[in-house]
Design a protein around this ligand. Structure first.
Ligand SMILES: *[C@@H]1O[C@H](CO)[C@@H](O)[C@H](O)[C@H]1NC(C)=O
Length: 371
């Protein structure tokens, strides 16, 4: 009991610390934008609400954990899945999970030690995307299929029969829009050519890296779809791991079938890599103005954490409104203090880009060797 209380206190401290940090961030933003305003700004309502949610969660977890029988979960009261109660004791679930009880119950509703429900991969992802990550642990067998044969080359066709199509509306890879990354003949041409200043072909990238007497061995591609950047870099003998979701299409499955490492990781999650171990991080199209600015800031600082001194950050076709690039995102990226090896801005000419006055930014930035 004292042990679990201690754990809860630790959790509370960690959460409060994170929130104080956000509060600090917010208040510094306020002070810098309104220098003459009240020097003691009130705590914003949404942060108060967030703190209340955390307190309620802690209280709830403490009540669940005060079950004296230890390992065996109590008979399920009020329809709470028993596995959920058990794993609440092993690892307290985050408040983001608690905010979506319907999804959480759907995900945790299974019979232990049997096959997981067919829809369970698809049921986990909405939770992850809503910030419930890591997901609560489960003890069931995820369905899987043995591929008929695996390609030796990441641009060869993959055995589609080993993808569990029940998770998707499409029932084969040809059904997807060819721009999504499942047409590997088309993918084979990516990252190789220079058509506009927004492009950074791999040959140019490796030249720049060589000239700066740096070496690329290990990289991370954030939001990398089916892993085509990793596939191209494999030909250069560079290992790239790709973070990707399987939202509406089997991106993770396709990357894995291509022999590339897919990390099933949302953008708001801390990168599961140790400090200062990567040579290059690429942020693809998924990193754009749709992400809240604060989340993007956390993401950039986490990228900085995992890059070693002298490492490169490649912002590939980040898009935002032109005015926001000047006022918000440009200054945000500049705060990292990286050397701007390349900084190219171009109009986003598709209908939504024109309507919203959007621009693309492609930047190659080099982390200082030491600070
Ligand atoms: C990659 O490694 C292989 C095997 O060591 C070598 O033959 C090939 O030339 C290398 N490719 C590049 C681009 O360095």
């Amino acid at each position: 009991m004292a042990f679990t209380m201690g754990l809860n206190l630790l959790l509370l401290l960690a959460m409060v610390a994170t929130n104080i940090l956000s509060l600090y961030h917010l208040s510094t933003t306020m002070i810098s934008t309104k220098p003459t305003a009240n020097t003691n700004p009130p705590v914003p309502d949404h942060l108060l609400r967030q703190l209340q949610t955390i307190r309620a969660t802690i209280n709830h977890l403490t009540r669940l954990q005060s079950n004296p029988s230890g390992q065996t979960p109590p008979a399920t009261a009020a329809g709470v899945p028993s596995e959920l109660l058990l794993y609440t004791q092993l690892a307290p679930i985050a408040s983001a999970c608690r905010n979506h009880p319907d999804l959480l119950h759907q995900y945790m509703d299974y019979t232990p030690f049997t096959l997981c429900p067919a829809s369970s991969s698809a049921a986990g992802e909405p939770l992850i995307l809503r910030g419930c990550h890591p997901l609560p642990r489960r003890r069931c067998f995820a369905p899987s299929k043995q591929p008929s044969s695996l390609p030796a080359n990441p641009f060869s066709p993959v055995p589609e029969n080993s993808i569990l199509w029940s998770n998707y509306k499409c029932k084969n890879l040809d059904c997807f829009n060819p721009d999504l990354g499942f047409d590997f003949k088309k993918e084979k041409l990516k990252f190789l050519t220079y058509k506009s200043d927004l492009d950074l072909p791999i040959s140019q990238l490796t030249d720049i890296v060589k000239k700066s007497k740096f070496v690329l061995r290990l990289a991370l591609d954030i939001g990398g779809g089916t892993g085509t950047f990793a596939a191209q870099m494999k030909q250069e003998n560079v290992t790239v791991i790709t973070t990707t979701m399987s939202l509406g299409a089997p991106y993770n499955e396709a990357a894995a079938l291509r022999g590339l490492v897919p990390l099933h990781l949302p953008l708001q999650q801390r990168l599961p890599v140790f400090d200062g171990v990567l040579d290059l991080v690429r942020c693809g199209h998924a990193v754009n103005r749709w992400i809240p600015v604060q989340a993007l800031e956390f993401l950039l600082y986490d990228v900085d954490r995992v890059l070693r001194g002298g490492g490169f950050l490649w912002v590939d076709r980040f898009f935002s409104k032109g005015v926001d690039l000047d006022k918000v995102y440009g200054p945000l990226i500049s705060k990292l203090g990286y050397k701007k090896v390349k900084w190219a801005v171009g109009q986003k000419t598709d209908p939504s880009g024109v309507k919203n006055g959007e621009v693309y930014l492609t930047a190659l930035l080099q982390k200082p060797v030491s600070r």
